[in-house]
Design a binder for this molecule. Structure first.
Ligand code: BGC
Length: 836
């Protein structure tokens, strides 16, 4: 479907410039394998014939090994020596800049983070404890720590059995979904989804959400929380986009970073997922996402790199293939990039049943989940097969030690050998985040609501579902207010405050009347109800989720970008009968809103996302002005679905592997609209306030190096030269500490107290192949009417670099780098040049 509608000659030209962005085979590029060979003893894997796999030595399970599909590259059977990957060498302690941090006590949150935590010492301590533990285990004990106890084998969705071996005891691990709360249990919070967390653009709230979720996981006895999720929303229809943090790598990276620092400060291990390029639900286990190395580094890897910097304990490899190699047996993405280039010191677990071979272990997989080859098969690629592979010398015993040590080290890293269980009330944050993530798209002066005597509330999305909040398994139904998508990314609602309930509670205080119609299709009743009222608030939604549940013909991914339950017609019916129609959407992602956005009677539009259990209260806070909206769009709302650069690819023969070429490269979401000069309806980063803000007095200052450490690397970078690829090269401190401080004045020129989200967009030289504008910083500031504040946004050398595929390095492109500070990706207010 992609080529017919989306790729143009222009983009082909742009991509040619970026052809530095050569196709990096997941396992085979000469550049990358030679780079890897200097630091790792892992085999440079190459494409192999399918016969190598079928001649597998896994005699005990050979009948259960699936045939190798066309287009799938796998590792040949041979012997694989192993030397553990070097961990990044720590700099000497740098006072005030990189304080050694325990994940239980991370640096305080800041709207302009300037401190890069150094988890090196905490990892080193955890590793030495883990090495002692693992050295006392038998081979079976080591294998057991890497192998889930099979589907439904324990209380969690994934479980490692307790191990009692040679007098050593390891209590096992419990791994549980989801990225927005603890799945499959009661008395937990249904937090706003990841997409709402990102829409707040507020690091403090995102950190707090992470900490509260972490505390709940821990209180339920979970060791490993299966989130956050950072797929990039490449396709607006992508079924699981709402679990993640939107369509920009910087915003997603910042959100992942704060979420992980928060979760792990509560003592639970976080899992960065799904690694990587799992951007559609259709055929997710049989699609090869074909991505060039530059796009991979600058877009899809970015939030995973930030996760590693946040000290994430675990990474989950995804179901799909990357450049023809399955994600969980992909030497390039697992060993070379994650463990070497990023210096990741935790462990890689498979998505559920995403392990495709025993040899995945040599490609970097450390743990198979839930343990069996297919759910309930009773067989495993690890377990007895891993033991056999180690015993016959195919897989080095030192690699098994490394797998077990990584898993045990993450357990020590989070202090999980020392129990302790917190208890807190978290609904207030849900309400605050719900309000902070609401994006005000249009307001003809009618909001906040004042002096309204009569309200009419229209649409099924305003009220409760007939089956209750948890009536559909894994929330796989769309009935009543939408506050969560469906699938493994969901949890149980402890309760669900609907907009109707919350508005009525407010109306009682204000002595107003409320009428409603929850039937989405009875237009004559709707029109007669709204006709006499001061205001009509109409609710519509759109849902999506994980592909194992089909909701209304949507197999995970959305079939289209229109509102569900005839939402467009319902809005038009209401607007046809009431000249003060306020639209509220609860949508997992963008919708096409052209049928009604410019209707003169549509006086306001509030884009509320999927906000969790306090959705009604959060909405009331915004509608009535208790909270001045400060949410900003974490994706673009287009005028036409065909304006987006890509969509999920469907079809494909049953046994075939679907080719999904990421032809748009770096040009996802707003980057595409900017490059192609397509006017969106509402751009990325957009959102109104009840107040107005003015920007002035821009200044950019280089940050003096506090220590001489890495002065040579910095000078090298400033000269536009690459730095050597190797252990931790992409997470090196000199690359990520602040290099420039951008300051400006912000004044609240309106009548309301409120928050503004200043955003920093960098413009690289045209021949760098970069999109016209890329987000590289944001902050949030709250101001009283008339108040002026000096605001700071810091940027690092990483933020000012592009990925040089040939050199495998972050480099400063030649030419002038300019930037804009503004209120959205298209609302620039101040302009400057980076003095390099
Ligand atoms: C999902 C993961 C989830 C796992 C366990 C898989 O289907 O892709 O995100 O963590 O199931 O429920």
């Amino acid at each position: 479907m992609f080529p017919s509608k989306r790729l143009s000659a222009f983009v082909a030209a742009v991509l040619a410039v970026a052809a530095n962005a050569q196709s990096s085979g997941s396992t085979t590029t000469s550049t990358t394998s030679s780079a890897a060979s200097s630091t790792s003893s892992a085999p440079a894997s190459s494409a192999m014939s399918s016969s190598a796999m079928s001649s597998s030595v896994i005699s005990s399970t050979s009948s259960t090994i699936p045939p190798t599909e066309t287009g799938r590259s796998t590792l040949p059977i041979s012997s694989y020596p192993f030397t553990p990957y070097p961990t990044p060498s720590d700099p000497p302690p740098l006072t005030g800049v990189f304080p050694s941090a325990s994940p239980l006590n991370p640096p305080a949150v800041s709207s302009d983070p300037t401190i890069v935590p150094d988890f090196g010492p905490a990892w080193a301590e955890a590793w030495s404890k883990a090495q002692a533990l693992v050295s006392s285990l038998s081979m079976e004990g080591k294998v057991n720590i890497t192998t889930g106890n099979f589907w439904m084998g324990g209380l969690c969705v994934g479980n490692i059995n307790p191990i009692s071996d040679n007098g050593t005891y390891f209590p096992g691990l419990c791994l549980q979904d989801s990225p927005l709360g603890v799945r499959y249990t009661d008395f937990v919070t249904a937090f706003p989804a990841g997409i709402n967390a990102a829409a707040t653009w507020n690091r403090a709230l995102i950190r707090q959400r992470g900490a509260y979720m972490g505390a709940e996981f821990k209180a339920k006895g979970v060791n490993v929380a299966l989130g956050p999720m950072m797929n990039m929303g490449r396709n607006p229809e992508g079924g699981r986009n709402w679990e993640g943090f939107g369509a920009d790598p910087f915003l997603s990276g910042a959100s992942a970073y704060e979420t992980i620092l928060g979760m792990q400060s509560s003592g639970v291990q976080a899992t960065a997922k799904h690694y990587i390029n799992n951007e559609q639900e259709w055929k997710r286990t049989q699609e090869s996402s074909n991505v060039d190395d530059r796009t991979e580094h600058e877009i899809y890897l970015a939030p995973f790199l930030k996760s590693v910097m946040a000290g994430v304990a675990s990474v989950m490899c995804s179901y799909n293939l990357i450049n023809d190699t399955y994600a969980c047996e992909n030497d390039r993405t697992l060993n070379q990039i994650l463990k070497t280039e990023f210096g990741f010191q935790g462990y890689i677990q498979s998505d559920w049943s995403a392990t495709m071979s025993t040899l995945s272990a040599v490609a970097g997989l450390d743990m198979t989940m839930p343990g069996d080859i297919t759910f309930g098969s009773g067989t495993s690629y690890f377990g007895g097969n891993l033991t056999a592979f180690v015993m016959n010398g195919t897989i080095a015993a030192s690699r098994l030690d490394d797998m077990a040590t990584r898993i045990a080290a993450s357990w020590y890293f989070l202090g999980q050998d020392q129990p302790g269980y917190p208890n807190e009330d978290h609904y207030e944050l849900v309400r605050q985040m719900g309000a902070s993530s609401a994006v005000l798209l249009k307001n003809n002066g009618v909001l906040p609501l004042k002096n309204i005597r009569s309200y009419s509330i229209i649409g099924s999305d305003a009220g409760p579902g007939l089956l209750g909040p948890n009536g559909y398994s894994d929330r796989g139904g769309d009935d009543g207010v939408l506050a969560m998508g469906w699938g493994s990314g969901s949890d149980q609602f402890p309760y669900l405050i609907t907009p109707l309930e919350a508005i009525q509670a407010r109306a009682r205080l204000n002595r107003s009347s409320v009428n409603w119609v929850l039937n989405d299709y009875d237009y004559s009743l709707v029109q007669s109800t709204v006709a006499e009222q001061n205001v009509a608030i109409v609710f519509v939604n759109a849902d999506s989720g994980e592909g194992y549940i089909n909701v209304g013909g949507n197999l995970g991914d959305r079939n289209n970008l229109t509102a569900w339950h005839g939402g467009d017609a319902l809005i038009l019916a209401v607007a046809g009968a009431n000249n003060n129609t306020i639209v509220v959407t609860h949508s997992v992602g963008p919708l096409i809103i052209e049928p009604w956005v410019d209707h003169p009677n549509v006086t306001a539009i509030l884009w509320a996302g999927i906000a969790g259990q306090e959705v009604g209260n959060a909405l009331v806070d915004v509608l009535f002005g208790d909270w001045n909206p400060s949410g900003r769009l974490p994706y673009t709302i287009a005028k036409n679905a065909s304006d987006y650069p890509s969509e999920p690819i469907d079809g494909g023969a049953a046994a075939a592997i679907l080719k999904v070429d990421y032809n748009e490269g770096l040009f996802i979401d707003y980057r595409w609209f900017d490059a192609m000069n397509i006017t969106p309806r509402y751009e990325f980063g957009y959102g109104l306030s009840y107040s107005t803000f003015e920007y002035s007095k821009l200044c950019i200052t280089p940050v003096a190096n506090v220590d001489s450490y890495d002065a040579a690397a910095i000078a090298n970078w400033e000269a536009g030269l690459p730095s050597p690829w190797g252990a931790g090269s992409s997470t090196a401190f000199w690359l990520h500490t602040p290099a420039y401080t951008i300051t400006f004045d912000l004044t609240n020129t309106g009548a309301y107290y409120g928050g503004e989200i200043p955003q920093l967009y960098v413009h690289f030289p045209t021949d760098s192949g970069e999109p016209p504008s890329v987000l590289k910083g944001f902050t949030n500031a709250n101001l009283n009417p008339g108040e002026t504040q000096s605001v700071t946004i810091s940027i690092s050398r990483y933020d000012l670099s592009i990925w040089d595929v040939a050199a495998q390095s972050w480099v400063k492109p030649a030419g002038n780098i300019t930037f804009t500070v503004g209120a959205s990706s298209r609302d620039g207010r101040l302009y400057g040049t980076v003095p390099v």
